[in-house]
Design a protein around this ligand. Structure first.
Ligand SMILES: NC(=O)C1=CN([C@@H]2O[C@H](COP(=O)(O)OP(=O)(O)OC[C@H]3O[C@@H](n4cnc5c(N)ncnc54)[C@H](O)[C@@H]3O)[C@@H](O)[C@H]2O)C=CC1
Length: 376
């Protein structure tokens, strides 16, 4: 951590309005100095540039919060293993970063700023390297997994069942990053849609996004027998080991994946706790997993599945978004005192649902989501 957080923030503000240009310059410098590093990155760098800037922003603004900074850096360090980044690469990044700051921070740059950035970068790099080395002793950087089932549930949506070559440990609610052979070095996060199974298989729910390279390839150009690479499971939207409370699970679209995994875990634990699952979707056709959910409901009568449709005014069930439904209920039989909420889906949907639950009096520590992770 830098001893001069203010100095970092002030100089960094100069980059914010020109982040695209600054990041292009950074990668240009980096690859000019170390051409071999180019092979570690995807062919197109636009997402990479955004992510690097996002990571820098978070590092700069977390300087006053050492715990948050350390856990963020440790995760970044572990994540970089899958790109083949090693300790030796960090010096070249330092040079390119300082050259970028020198150029773009202009009037805010000084020997003091240079020292503050050098100290902050070296401390961050040391935390990342240490976390990566610790992780390397315990787990591979990625797992190869065979696609054993590819179930195309809609033109733009598929449910993939994957069999990793060796056990991939995870907790329900977590996600893995995925790389397809079509897009080398491009990794995208997908939540695991099942609780751990004895055969070690994982399910992913994938919607092809317009312009989404990985999602498009997974839905439209992947089939049984193909191999994907999976990064280690991560994410904090999990049930605590002592979790006993009733559950409110709220899903929007493919955000169903992690909450379904949590529902499976809750029923597998064998305790009869009340589980309400609000499944937000646009139209009836978008309820792509309802048949499976109904099976779960009929096997475990204490689970209730409630579809909520936002774009189908004639639907006879619940209409609007999950947040609208919660607002209309204005309370739940039994109240909020003994219930945990888990929410996954589009970012605005998660935000609105969290706000609604707060308004209804649910303590914030009982409301779980993984917003940041889904966006990274
Ligand atoms: N761990 C997580 O939080 C996960 C998040 N996701 C995210 O979930 C999203 C799923 O996308 P789609 O399936 O295309 O969903 P979608 O765009 O079809 O939306 C599904 C439902 O979410 C709600 N919703 C959507 N936009 C909203 C808004 N602006 N305000 C309030 N509610 C809104 C509505 O109920 C809508 O019917 C993706 O962005 C994906 O990244 C997916 C998996 C896991």
């Amino acid at each position: 951590m830098s001893t001069e957080p203010r100095m970092l923030k002030e100089s960094f503000t100069r980059l914010e309005s020109r982040s695209d240009k600054a990041m292009s310059y950074f990668y240009g410098r980096l690859f000019a100095a170390e051409p071999r590093l180019r092979a570690l990155f995807p062919i197109a760098l636009d997402t990479q540039r955004e992510r690097f800037f996002h990571a820098l922003t978070r590092i700069v603004w977390s300087q006053d919060n050492p715990e948050d900074l350390a856990s963020h850096l440790a995760r970044l360090g572990r994540d970089h293993r899958r790109y083949g980044v090693t300790a030796e690469h960090y010096a070249a990044v330092e040079d390119a970063l300082l050259a970028t700051l020198r150029l773009f921070a202009r009037d805010m740059w000084s020997p003091r700023a240079e020292k503050a950035w050098t100290d902050a970068y070296r401390s961050a790099a040391a935390t990342m390297i240490e976390a990566a080395e610790r992780d390397a002793a315990a787990a591979p950087p990625w797992w190869a997994a065979e696609v054993v089932e590819h179930d195309r549930r809609a033109d733009d949506l598929a449910v993939l069942t994957l069999s990793p070559e060796r056990p991939l440990p995870f907790a329900p609610g977590q996600y893995v990053t995925v790389q397809t052979s079509r897009w080398p070095r491009v990794w995208r996060p997908y939540s695991i849609a099942n609780a751990p199974r004895s055969d070690g298989r994982l399910r992913l729910h994938v919607r092809a996004r317009p312009g989404g390279w990985v999602s498009g390839a997974l839905v439209r150009a992947t089939g049984t027998g193909d191999t994907l690479l999976l990064g280690p499971a991560t994410g904090t939207m999990t049930l605590g080991p002592d979790s006993r409370r009733d559950l409110l699970l709220v899903a929007g679209g493919t955000g169903l994946a992690p909450v379904k995994a949590l529902a499976e875990q809750a029923v597998a634990a064998g305790r009869r706790r009340d589980v309400r699952l609000l499944v937000g979707a646009r139209t009836e056709r978008d309820l792509y997993d309802l048949a499976d959910l109904r099976l779960l409901e009929s096997a475990y009568p204490w689970v209730r599945v409630l579809p909520v449709l936002s774009d189908e005014p004639d639907f006879r069930g619940l209409r609007g978004t999950p947040a609208d439904v919660l607002a209309d209920l204005d309370g739940w039989d039994g109240g909020w005192d003994d219930r945990d909420a888990y929410i996954a889906g589009p970012v605005p949907m998660v935000r609105r649902t969290v706000a609604e639950l707060q308004r209804l009096g649910m303590p914030l520590e009982r409301v779980h989501h993984d917003l940041l992770k889904a966006e990274e």
